[in-house]
Design a protein around this ligand. Structure first.
Ligand SMILES: Cc1cc2nc3c(=O)[nH]c(=O)nc-3n(C[C@H](O)[C@H](O)[C@H](O)COP(=O)(O)O)c2cc1C
Length: 464
């Protein structure tokens, strides 16, 4: 939080480096309590992470959807560019269907000494994320428990926050011990630290979203943290930050005023020079306003009804994706669907036949997920979902490579925070994404928030 002692000078001027939790800045070795969150498929790119790290700022590589080889190379490239040991992190997502794949990701992170992980989309713990945290546990020379692997869990519900704020469950610790994946000392120390040192509360955001409200979620999870701290007496209390909807200095100031230990941005960073998406996508993004995003089903969680927030202006993706979800709920299988509906999908959405899609899907799954393929082949409803999911994979690819002929099908994850920022930048050099770097965006928001707070403080103390 902000304290009066953090004021600079006598005029009530606050500075950006005073926002947020001091321990956060110390532990992450960064100048601001500010994080650029991961964006899948490497949109939060090597260039983005290196630029942020060199400026003394925290960011997470968008590891989701990258192959192990590409991920490993990206980590190597980042580490080669960061010769001063600057801080960076990598995103980790659960893989409940094939837990061994998630464990392989953690192997890579540990092998390359990646010290910071942003764990997102978890609804329950997995052995892989627990192993990552526990393998960093040790005692220092003074006998104090330390953990060199920091987990920032991004959550949008109190119950998931609580799981990460508690120590790792004993049953899971014992299992990892019996498998030789943690040492006896690490298993013994596990009860003394929370699984995640940082909880990033995600209100309505670009990408996967539960459409949470920051004013409701953040205080609730901060209170939960206080209760658990009283119970657990951690040497280093959990910190609670805020993400979702942050794209203006006003939003930054309000997040810290609410008590956020740190803040995370996402959507605004996709419209920057460092984001690894196409110029065509950035051209579209730099023109959007607050009303230009909408909701669509999430391709990777199609059957559960999970939603993503996406770009709406200039594209048909959200309406087409929602249509697929309606059809999925209306029919039991592709065979149940009327012929004219099938033909229309093939003609206007897929631009190829459903048979072709199914063949492609089968070939891919035979190689990478054979057990799941067996389930799908024997279940017509699952087969329909697999065919529909193909559209979500294609639409992401079209956007990433900036396919000129299929712009209307671009799937671009984005929230209204970018529209709010665009409004502020209109008429300035930064109206154009070519003049927006992630570091500039961070400085603009943080310094803007500091100036705004100084102004508010003067207003509060002198009356309006
Ligand atoms: C294009 C895009 C892709 C994202 N991909 C991921 C991801 O792979 N993993 C993750 O933890 N968060 C992901 N996010 C969420 C961001 O890290 C961040 O938490 C969120 O965007 C903050 O909300 P905002 O978009 O309102 O700023 C993504 C966001 C966007 C805009």
């Amino acid at each position: 939080m902000i304290e009066a002692s953090n004021m600079h000078g006598h005029d009530g001027a606050f500075s950006a480096d005073k926002f947020g939790n001091e321990m956060f800045k110390r532990d992450y070795r960064v100048k601001y309590a500010y994080v650029a969150g991961a964006m899948y498929k490497g949109i939060a790119s090597v260039e983005m992470v290196v630029a942020m790290a060199k400026a003394g700022l925290m960011s997470f590589l968008g590891a989701g959807g990258l192959s192990n080889t590409v991920l490993e190379q990206a980590i190597v490239d980042i580490q080669a560019a960061l010769t001063e040991g600057e801080t960076f992190g990598v995103n980790l997502l659960p893989d409940y269907a094939t837990p061994e794949k998630e464990m392989k990701r953690v192997d890579i992170l540990l092998r390359h000494n990646v010290r910071y992980v942003e764990a997102a989309a978890y609804i329950e713990l997995t052995p892989a994320v627990v192993r990552y945290r526990l393998q960093g546990l040790h005692r220092n020379e003074r006998g104090e428990v330390q953990c060199s692997n920091t987990v920032m869990a991004k959550v949008s519900h109190s119950d998931v926050a609580e799981i990460f704020m508690r120590p790792a469950p004993t049953s899971m610790v014992n299992k990892l011990l019996s498998q030789g994946l943690v040492t006896a000392e690490q298993a013994e120390l596990a009860s003394q630290v929370p699984l995640a040192q940082d909880i990033c509360v995600e209100a309505d955001s670009g990408g996967h979203t539960d459409r949470g409200n920051a004013y409701v979620l953040l205080p609730a999870i901060m209170h939960l943290k206080e209760q658990l701290q009283a119970q657990q007496q951690y040497g280093q209390p959990v910190r609670v930050g805020l993400a979702g909807g942050i794209g203006t200095p006003e939003a930054v100031m309000t997040a810290f005023f609410l008590g956020a230990d740190f803040i995370t941005t996402g959507s605004i960073n996709q419209c920057s020079v460092e984001a690894a998406t196409s110029s065509a996508v950035k051209d579209l993004l730099q023109t959007i306003n607050i009303k230009d995003t909408g909701y669509a089903p999430a391709g990777d969680m199609f059957e559960t009804g999970a939603t993503v927030q996406v770009l709406k202006k200039g594209v048909f993706f959200p309406s087409r994706a929602n249509k697929l979800y309606r059809l999925y709920n209306q029919y039991q299988s592709l065979d149940d669907m009327p012929e004219d509906v099938i033909r229309q999908l093939e003609r206007s959405l897929f631009k190829c036949s459903i048979d072709e899609i199914w063949q492609q899907t089968r070939t891919y799954m035979q190689n990478s997920r054979p057990a799941q393929l067996k389930l799908i082949e024997t279940n017509p409803r699952k087969k329909m979902a697999a065919v529909f999911r193909w559209y979500f994979i294609q639409t992401t690819r079209l956007a990433l490579r900036g396919d000129e002929h299929n712009k209307v099908d671009y799937q671009v994850h984005c929230g209204p925070a970018l529209g709010a920022l665009n409004q502020l930048l209109q008429g300035t050099a930064q109206e154009h994404w070519q003049n927006r770097s992630v570091v500039w965006l961070c400085e603009y928001l943080m310094n803007g928030a500091a100036r705004l707070l100084s102004k508010r403080f003067r207003q509060f103390s002198s009356g309006y």
